[in-house]
Design a binder for this molecule. Structure first.
Ligand code: NDP
Ligand code: MG
Length: 386
């Protein structure tokens, strides 16, 4: 599959005000001769968007909320096009001047514009893992049909991608995803019942958006990444393992037929995998800290505990079940995490809600995109009564 390498890339960032979006803009700012932020999109963080517009002077922006868009229009003047709603997202990712789309919305909302960007043949830097979780069976053939390579931004998948470079197809025996274990790695099942939102939002190694931070605390993030790895690298569930590695220095590993294991290491800093997705197959210098092995002293590894963290088991179950089940897993997780963040349910209720939805779902094999959208809606409906 071809990856178009252009000397200069015009980039549309879906979710420019998020954790990945703002770090993507840092990368763009450090190579202004190679990258231009052509379009920025946000949900409703207008103050930050206005600062980004002032600094990066994009051709256009998309603001999800039409009322908020009016403020942007009046502040930015005619030289910045202001679009609104999901239609605005679908519109900008197709623009002919856009070379690369950084897919960094959070959750199911990222699916449609990513489909549109692939259909338009754009280079995709994929951070929104939910897209592949819910619709991998549709997205991978779609990307192949449009000769589009999905370049992973997620640090684990970037690590695997880097380990696979130059290796013969069919030589991989196992993918080993590393997990930090999150802030509650050492808590007992009983202690997990009373953890607060504030505690769950304190990730030990990474600073990320609130949804993925909660996913990291439940280990659902790793479960979603298992499904993401399945689609990106064509590996069955039984050949994708998870190992807890609290230092987050090894970002993931690949085991080959001869017993060799390759690992990709680096300090936990998302600008590295973001930049690699933008520069691939090149590597450009970054100012990031380097791994200092003597001061690191130790790297430790543990098996994940799916009794205390059932979300990881549920994700494997959904992957093995296939069809629309991963879409149900994802939607139920989005609902459950939003409820936990709103203080409406305890932390330990998150897997209970997900399992409830999965138990009730009659899955559809070989789903179309419409079936997936329907399964997502079905899940949100059914959980509204719990
Ligand atoms: P954030 O919550 O920090 O940012 C989300 C972005 O999407 C914001 O710009 C937000 O706008 C916008 N947005 C949210 N909801 C909608 C919507 N319904 N429609 C349009 N725009 C919306 O998320 P992250 O950057 O942490 O994560 C983004 C994706 O990348 C997720 O899928 C996550 O799993 C994945 N990822 C993130 C990593 C990280 O380090 N953060 C690492 C690996 C993967 P606004 O600011 O206006 O609300
Ligand atoms: Mg990750």
């Amino acid at each position: 599959m071809n990856v178009k390498v252009r000397l200069h890339q015009n980039i549309a960032i879906l979710g420019s005000t998020g954790s990945i979006g703002t770090q993507t803009l840092e990368v763009i700012a450090s190579y202004p001769d190679r990258f231009t932020a052509a379009y920025l999109t946000v949900n409703n963080n207008i103050p930050l968007l206005l600062r980004q517009v002032e600094r990066f002077r994009p051709k256009g922006v998309v603001v999800l909320d039409p009322a908020a868009a009016e403020t942007v229009r009046s502040r930015c003047g005619p030289e910045v096009e202001v679009l609104t709603g999901p239609e605005g997202l679908s519109d900008v990712v197709r623009r002919t001047e856009v070379d690369t789309v950084v897919s960094a919305l959070v959750g199911f909302a990222g699916l449609r514009p990513t489909v549109d960007a692939i259909t338009a043949g754009k280079r995709i830097a994929l951070a929104n893992k939910e897209t592949l979780v819910v619709a991998g069976s549709v997205m991978m053939p779609l990307a192949e049909r449009h000769n589009v390579r999905l370049l992973p931004v997620d640090s684990e998948h970037s690590a695997i991608f880097q380990c696979l470079t130059g290796e013969p197809a069919g030589s991989v025996t196992r993918i080993i995803l590393t997990a930090s274990g999150g802030p509650f790695r050492s808590l007992s099942a009983n202690e997990l019942r009373t953890v607060t939102v504030e505690q769950a939002l304190k990730h030990p190694n990474w600073s990320m958006g609130s949804k993925i931070t909660i996913d990291s605390a439940t280990l659902m993030n790793k479960g979603l990444e298992v499904i993401e790895a399945h689609w990106l690298f064509g590996m069955p569930a039984e050949r994708i393992d998870v190992v807890v590695h609290p230092q987050s220095i090894i970002h993931s590993m690949v085991e080959f037929a001869d017993g060799s294991v390759k690992a990709q290491l680096g300090v936990p800093d998302m600008t590295i995998p973001i930049q690699y997705a933008l520069t691939y197959p090149d590597r450009f210098p970054t100012p990031t800290r380097r791994v200092d092995f003597p001061s690191l002293r130790e790297m430790t590894f543990f098996s994940p505990d799916t009794e205390r963290f059932p979300c990881l088991r549920l994700a494997y179950d959904a992957l093995r079940a296939g069809g629309t089940m991963p879409a149900v897993l994802n939607a139920a997780n989005e609902v459950a995490v939003a409820r936990f963040l709103a203080g409406a349910v305890p932390f330990t209720q998150i897997p209970v809600l997900i399992e409830t939805a999965m138990d009730r779902h009659v899955l559809r094999e070989n789903p179309t995109l419409e079936d997936i959208v329907e399964a997502d809606g079905w899940t949100r409906d059914i959980l509204s009564t719990f």
